[in-house]
Design a binder for this molecule. Structure first.
Ligand code: PEP
Ligand code: MG
Length: 594
């Protein structure tokens, strides 16, 4: 069959790691792997059980082997993903579930594995939070490895592929083990048919700053080895066999982005200080320890939000213990470059989900038993995390941040539980910071309305605009049909933030903002005008935020905010803000047509 040659064919996906890569394709064909169903007799049950037992051990050995032979120090940091796979493989619940299916249905090991894996996958599919939903992929990768082993196919496609020279890797999908085994120094870009922003390949690509586009549909079936491709991680494009002019255009874009990145890295080292001397603290939002290198490189003064849900997820079928928490937080605490590290306590429920924690079926989970409400109900769960934080607080500037507070009783109850934890640790002569700062997320409208009362109870506030906007404007944050209503400059949102900031300052406590709004540079003058002391954002957004802060005058921001707050429509407020940003930063913000 004659293969079709594509010229200048552009495919759209999701840009998950920015930058431009131009190079030759190395196609990784993981091949479709499918289990066959075979009925067995009662007498063959034990044989199938032995087969699955041996396959699991072989898979664990393979993954340990991969971990031991990781070629690159930077990549080694990501090996924890393989540990998570090993933990699932060692999990008795997983193993027993497969055995139960073999016995009950009298079917072969492969098919029992398929039944169990797809049962697990189906529960992940129902999760709304994209990060957590993506973790279902881990089950799929484990399933595929086991089926390959059962089919006596010892090695994965990557292990069979020696990669020399510099390449752009294109695959249908890459498992964490695949990605880790690649010699990433030799990879200039990635594109995969499937995947999302939070898939492991995306996380690793971002951490190593390799341009990547995922979710491209069928790119792996359209390219051939040695095709020339462009990966545009900014706009999420893959261009197959680009013509000369397009190559030139992208070379120019590559140079522009490279210079811009150099400029960002230079800006990252500068202070976040306005022209009239106001110092704003600019921190990072993270969820993995492995993001710490990027955090430092992009100039965060601290961690404004460490989302801890991943810790619960990576310990499938087991809840993390006090010591599990402690080991992770201690590593964060010991990072000398960070002035503060804010650990947000478990924010599970609603759009975030962990299967080990039994949750009631709720018609409206966003308003259900979640976050602090759940922690107060499940006290041992909450205490394990609080004690882990306290233990680690002896090693660095940790702070505790409590999510989804809606009333004062929740704060008092949480503080009482924290005091109990302190007492228990003191009793055991464990050292910890007795004055650890404790703050709350302000992300429920009722918390804004009583921010004067709440401010008297805590050491700091952090506003979560992702949820605050959702609850204030009654728009589901994951529903694309109402996303057009998601307006940070809605007068109701601005008034709530303003009141909360004023109440915080009247009570002499600091106030941060850590929702997505903080990472959007055009909102910086609004946030300065509102009087926030601290912003926290995705680490890559920090240099641009610093640039905006350094180019502004705090007094001017207050005046601009007054004008913005006089606008009754969010669209008019946006228009005014955009035209001011275009006037003040002509190279960075486009001119607004009147
Ligand atoms: C928020 O709600 O703005 C926030 C920062 O928390 P999360 O996005 O994790 O709910
Ligand atoms: Mg939130």
């Amino acid at each position: 069959m004659k293969e079709e040659l594509f010229v200048n064919k552009t495919l759209k996906g999701i840009g998950v790691s920015s930058g431009i890569a131009v190079g030759k394709v190395r196609l990784i064909d993981r091949g479709k792997i499918a289990a066959n169903k075979r009925s067995i007799t009662e007498r063959q049950v034990e044989r199938e059980i032995t087969r699955i037992k041996t396959a699991i051990q072989e898979a664990i050995d393979q993954l340990n082997g991969i971990k031991d032979s990781i070629p690159d120090e930077d990549v080694k940091k990501h090996a924890f993903i393989l540990d998570a796979h090993i933990l699932i493989l060692q999990d008795e619940f997983f193993f027993n579930s497969v055995i139960d299916v073999i016995r009950a249905e009298l079917i072969n090991a492969e098919w029992a594995l398929e039944v169990v894996a797809f049962r697990f996958l189906a529960s992940f599919d129902q999760v709304e939070d994209p990060y957590l939903r993506e973790r279902g992929q881990d089950i799929k990768y484990i399933y595929e490895r086991l089926v390959r082993i059962l089919a006596a196919e010892k090695k994965s496609p990557i292990e069979r592929t020696a990669i020399k020279g510099k390449w752009i890797i294109i695959a249908h999908d890459l498992s964490p083990a695949d990605t880790i085994q690649l010699n990433l120094n030799r990879i200039s870009g990635f594109a995969t048919d499937v995947g999302g922003r939070t898939s492991h390949t995306s996380i690793v690509a971002r951490a190593l700053e390799i341009p990547a586009v995922v979710g491209v549909g069928n790119v792996s079936s359209l390219v051939k080895n040695n095709d020339l491709v462009i990966i545009d991680g900014e706009d999420g494009l893959v261009i197959i066999n680009p013509v000369k002019e397009v190559q030139k255009e992208y070379l120019a874009k590559h140079i522009h982005l490279r210079n811009q990145k150099k400029e960002y890295l230079r800006l990252a080292r500068l202070k976040a200080e306005t022209k009239d001397g106001f110092k704003m603290r600019v921190g990072a939002n993270i969820e993995l320890l492995s993001e710490m290198d990027i955090v430092e490189k992009y100039g965060a003064s601290g961690i404004g939000l460490y989302r801890t849900e991943y810790i619960y997820l990576s310990k499938r079928n087991n809840l993390p213990t006090e010591m599990d928490h402690y080991h992770i937080y201690r590593k964060l605490a010991e990072n000398a470059a960070m002035e503060y590290i804010t650990i947000r306590t478990l924010d599970i429920g609603g759009d975030k989900f962990v299967s080990e924690i039994e949750m009631p079926k709720e018609i409206n989970p966003a308003m259900g038993l979640r976050a602090i409400r759940l922690c107060i109900k499940e006290i041992p769960l909450f205490k394990a995390q609080l004690k882990g934080i306290l233990r680690a607080s002896a090693y660095g500037p940790l702070r505790i941040l409590i999510p989804m507070v809606s009333g004062i009783e929740e704060v008092r109850k949480a503080k009482a539980i924290l005091a109990e934890c302190m007492e228990e640790l003191s009793h055991k002569r464990v050292s910890y910071n007795k004055n650890i700062k404790t703050g709350i997320m302000i992300e429920v409208p009722s918390a804004c309305m009583i921010s004067d009362l709440l401010a008297a109870e805590v050491d700091f506030f952090s506003i979560g605009t992702n949820d605050l906007i959702q609850y204030a404007l009654a728009i589901d944050r994951v529903n694309e049909f109402v996303s057009y209503l998601y307006e940070p400059l809605h007068p109701a949102v601005l008034k709530m933030i303003k009141k909360t900031v004023d109440d915080a300052h009247a009570n002499k406590i600091t106030i941060a903002l850590c929702g997505e709004m903080a990472g959007e540079p055009r909102y910086v003058p609004v946030l300065l005008g509102l009087g926030l002391d601290e912003l926290s954002m995705n680490p890559y957004a920090i240099p641009r935020a610093k640039k905006a802060i350094r180019g502004l005058d705090h007094g001017y921001c207050r005046e601009l905010l007054d004008e913005i707050m006089k606008k009754d429509s969010p669209a008019d407020a946006e228009l005014l803000l955009k035209s001011e940003m275009a006037r003040l930063f002509p190279g960075d913000f486009p001119k607004v047509e009147e």
